[in-house]
Design a protein around this ligand. Structure first.
Ligand SMILES: Cc1cc2nc3c(=O)[nH]c(=O)nc-3n(C[C@H](O)[C@H](O)[C@H](O)COP(=O)(O)O)c2cc1C
Length: 260
């Protein structure tokens, strides 16, 4: 089987998932369509024709994919379209996230050539997996992509195709949020960049006051990534205490996992 185009759907608040996506893109010599969910959610159903290759890349949030990203992913419809499922996680564990992506794809008319869980800097505790993805990780992303393409080329038809088994459990673990929410320091100059990037409109700037709605905030860290003066941070005694424990427990390097 052949493909003539590739469609990418991904959510990347702090840029590591986007780096993995870029490595996949650089390996695929075809025209590309991009659904960058930090910029714009998918609001209408999208038909992805069978001559496309659908690539899904999502960060792991509490063992699942972010709920707002799942909402957009649910609107993609395949027509016996081949797909690649990728999750990116911060060296703790990806739990049910990869199986969640694979299951959604299969329920929505795609067949999954390959699935992978890649490791990247933890966006809440950036000391964990700080330098990742590194050059070796990106070479693995490229090799995995090539293997998926070869698998598709070797396939006569999607009928009777058996996708690889991936680690994870059904029912999926419940959706959870984390209590840590970013805030701005006294040196905030109310430039508004964080307010604009926030995918859930949790930040409000009113004159020289900036507030973060803790019920809306999903702790994704997009606001921290774009802050030009680095005053946007996770803060507080609880965060510092948890951070030390987290680094001690999950600081040891893990390796990527691919399923073909
Ligand atoms: C709210 C939240 C929950 C997270 N939960 C997990 C997790 O369960 N396991 C893990 O290993 N990493 C977890 N991470 C880390 C991210 O999966 C990781 O940093 C990922 O690379 C972020 O992608 P991005 O740079 O594209 O935003 C979490 C991050 C956030 C913000």
């Amino acid at each position: 089987m052949q493909f003539n185009k590739a469609s990418f759907i991904y959510f990347s608040a702090t840029g590591t998932t986007r780096r993995i996506v870029r490595a996949v893109k650089n390996t695929l010599p075809v025209g590309k369509t991009d659904y960058n969910l930090l910029r714009k959610p998918v609001e209408q159903e999208v038909q992805v024709e069978s001559d496309n290759l659908m690539v899904v890349a999502m960060p792991v949030y509490n063992g699942r994919i972010p709920a707002l990203a799942a909402e957009s992913l649910r609107r993609m419809r395949g027509q016996g379209t081949p797909a690649i499922a990728i999750v990116v996680y911060g060296n703790r564990e990806y739990d049910d996230a990869l199986l969640e992506v694979k299951t959604m794809l299969e329920e929505q008319g795609f067949f999954v050539l390959g699935a992978a869980a890649f490791i990247a800097r933890h966006s809440i505790f950036p000391e964990v997996a700080n330098e990742r993805p590194d050059a070796d990780d990106l070479a693995q992303v490229s090799a995995f992509t090539k293997a998926c393409v070869k698998k598709l080329a070797d396939l006569q038809s999607a009928e009777g195709y058996k996708a690889p088994d991936v680690r994870g459990n059904i029912p999926f673990m419940p959706l959870k949020t984390v209590p840590m929410k970013p805030s701005s320091g006294d040196d905030c100059d109310f430039c508004g960049i964080c307010e604009k990037i926030c995918p859930v409109q949790a930040i409000t700037i009113d004159g020289d006051e900036i507030t973060t709605d803790p019920d809306r905030c999903i702790s994704c860290g997009a606001c921290i990534s774009v802050c030009p003066i680095e005053t946007r941070q996770y803060r507080g005694a609880d965060y510092e205490k948890f951070r030390g424990k987290f680094i001690a427990r999950f600081g040891t390097r893990r390796e990527n996992e691919t399923y073909l």
